[in-house]
Design a protein around this ligand. Sequence first.
Ligand SMILES: NC(=O)c1ccc[n+]([C@@H]2O[C@H](COP(=O)([O-])OP(=O)(O)OC[C@H]3O[C@@H](n4cnc5c(N)ncnc54)[C@H](O)[C@@H]3O)[C@@H](O)[C@H]2O)c1
Length: 249
Amino acid sequence: MNKNLYFYLTAEAGMVGLVTGGASGLGRATVERLVQNGASAVIVDLPSSDGQALAASLGDRCAFAPADVTSEADVRSAVSLAREKFGRLDIAVNCAGIAVAVKTYNFKKDVPHSLEDFQRVINVNIAGSFNVIRLAAGEMGKNEADADGHRGCIINTASVAAYDGQVGQAAYSASKGGIVGMTLPIARDLAPMGIRVMTIYVVQNVEKTSSFMSSKMWKKRHSLICRPKCGKKVIVWHVVQNVEKNVIV
Ligand SMILES: NC(=O)c1ccc[n+]([C@@H]2O[C@H](COP(=O)([O-])OP(=O)(O)OC[C@H]3O[C@@H](n4cnc5c(N)ncnc54)[C@H](O)[C@@H]3O)[C@@H](O)[C@H]2O)c1
């Protein structure tokens, strides 16, 4: 293999990542690649998730922090685990997310979209991502800056639904649009500390992995919005890797 390419692919060695939603789907693929490339990873996911088993299967450079991303105490514990077990935090990847598929008003049943469901999606996807960003940033700020002044990198997951929401996606689209909207001001807030913040706009995974989407819904959406192979898990990982490495992004 070309020496430079080899360096590029293995440059995560020694870094420490924290991945929310790391027990499933895109988050899990990110955790696996971090560990495979020589980094350490903290899986931040719900206590009911497969996080514990996944961490055990990936070995000493992986740990599980059972956490709800909307909880300040849980996320503080996860960030502390990264520092206590692996010494630092370099990368945070926000993949935890939920969705509901409900029309704004069901005229057949004469029932409006549940306000509670709408608020839950907004809370997990926007407030949960922000909770992780703000607490991870505090930890990254303790890192010594590298020669270019960089201390860390935060990557969020939005969706095609932020720009092209389908029927029944009011809550999900609003939540992903919120993530897109907060990215630039947060990036500007944290830039003076050398912490880069980006949001990936995922189209749709070519593999059905999401726990929140039924197979029927996935197939329908896939046929509506996807080109072949877009969103394949490994491609999503490569985007994360490129964003992390490309310091001009
Ligand atoms: N898979 C796709 O096609 C696709 C497309 C567009 C956007 N996205 C976005 O990418 C992200 C990952 O998607 P995925 O397909 O891997 O989803 P997934 O359902 O496979 O994984 C999501 C993970 O988040 C965890 N989670 C949910 N609520 C949580 C909470 N409150 N605290 C902590 N963890 C929580 C779940 O336990 C799960 O492990 C999501 O934000 C999703 O909206 C995915």
